[in-house]
Ligand binder design. Structure first.
Ligand code: PLP
Length: 400
């Protein structure tokens, strides 16, 4: 008889956003005349940059020509042209990451989930609460126990290390999804110190680094000394360059990241990761990698900035409204997410249903991201400007 992975049975039935989609579907079917404004799922609305479109078209032509056609990419780690471009991008904000430490992937979600493959079952996994659900889900699927570090109002939704607790693998996300909080360099240094002392590894998700406006805030964990000895970084072009439907991101596993096997042998984490990827991943399509390369050109950076500024403007409309209404929030300035405290002590799902019903605005229940999300709510700045203004007008009317 087949044996299933029973770990799935102890998990919540649905991924958070599938839950939300179901609620929206039920509401829309019952109220077909109502037009919803969606500020829930973190998908973008602005198209990819024209330079990326051109690069992809050119690459498509190359694929249709016997002279320039490309099949499997040899290493599956990404073409050198893109790995070099990502390395140059890191340099542009003062961080040294060699191309050889970078692997190109089909978006950060895959690697956030797949990385569990290279770690053993005995590890203590530490995830900040609330958090992007993939970190917990992928570890639960592998039957791993997860412990939590509280991110809440008392620490500005920026959980810090607790030396009385031992962790082996630590997931950090900054700018944070869902709370929009961003670690300072000093705070990240505390985590790096903790990881080095505990011989732990940090998995640092920087998917929203391009939204950081404050020049003092770190856009990579490698801005912190010592991080290359203890951190893997994952990033994505999804939100930075509108690549949610294109699928491209990158993971950095530094050559310096070395651990000991149970037999005491030194093992490079990059070797394990390359071995895992070599067996299970065949790389990202050539046209998408060419489009991604174009994003990192000077013109590409100018063009994506326009979209990022557009989302920042939306975030400002949202934070101005919440300030005016006296509703507490974090995020918005260096992040596309605004994390607000539900008014009138409402619960997260109660608030979800309330604004869906009353003003037809969809957000995300904070509770879906962990226990500390209870009573909090996430709105995204990824909508159109017009919809954002209209949603905030409705919020003002409802809560004034
Ligand atoms: N990491 C975080 C924190 C995210 O919010 C997301 C997407 O919403 C991802 C990773 C995954 O992005 P993608 O797989 O589109 O690159």
């Amino acid at each position: 008889m087949v044996k299933i992975n029973e770990n799935f049975l102890s998990m919540k039935k649905n991924y958070l956003f599938i839950d939300i989609a179901k609620r929206i579907k039920a509401f829309s079917e019952a109220n077909p005349d109502k037009t919803l404004i969606r500020m829930g799922i973190g998908d973008v609305t602005q198209p990819i940059a024209p330079v990326a479109v051109e690069a992809m078209k050119k690459a498509a032509d190359e694929m249709g020509n016997a002279e320039t056609f490309r099949g499997y990419e040899d290493s599956g780690a990404g073409y050198d042209f893109l790995r070099e471009a990502v390395s140059g991008y890191y340099k542009s904000f003062g961080v040294d990451v060699p191309a050889s430490d970078i692997r190109i992937n089909d978006g950060a979600k895959s690697d956030c989930g797949n990385i569990v493959d290279i770690f053993g079952d005995g590890n203590t996994i530490l995830v900040t609460d609330p958090a992007y659900p993939v970190y917990v889900d992928s570890n639960m699927m592998a039957g791993r126990e997860v412990i939590y570090a509280d991110s809440d109002e008392s620490n500005g939704f920026a959980a810090m290390p607790d030396y009385s607790v031992h962790a082996d693998i630590i997931y950090l996300c900054s700018p944070n999804n869902p709370t929009g909080s961003v670690y300072t360099k000093d705070q990240l240094k505390e985590w790096v110190d903790y990881a080095l002392k505990n011989e732990a590894i940090i998995i640092f998700d920087s998917a929203y680094e391009a939204f950081i406006q404050d020049k003092e805030l770190p856009r990579s964990i490698y801005a912190v000394e010592g991080a290359k000895k203890c951190a893997i970084e994952m990033c994505s072009l999804s939100k930075t360059a509108g690549f949610t439907g294109m699928r491209c991101g990158y993971t950095v596993v530094p050559d310096e990241l070395v651990v000991k096997s149970s037999a005491g042998a030194e093992v490079k984490i990059a070797d394990l990761w390359n071995r895992r990827e070599g067996s299970k991943f065949n790389g990202v399509s050539y046209p998408v990698q060419r489009a991604a390369e174009a994003v990192f050109t000077e013109e590409g950076q100018k063009q994506i900035r326009k979209a990022i500024d557009y989302y920042h403007r939306n975030a400002k409309v949202m934070t101005d409204t919440l300030t005016e209404l006296g509703i507490k929030f974090t995020g918005g300035l260096n992040s596309p997410y605004v994390w607000l405290k539900c008014p009138d002590n409402m619960g997260s799902w109660e608030f979800f249903d309330y604004i869906l019903e009353k003003i037809n605005v969809v957000g995300t229940s904070g509770e879906g991201f962990g226990k500390n999300g209870a009573g909090w709510f996430r709105l995204t700045a990824f909508g159109t400007y017009e919809n954002t203004v209209e949603a905030m007008r409705r919020m003002k009317e409802l809560f004034k």
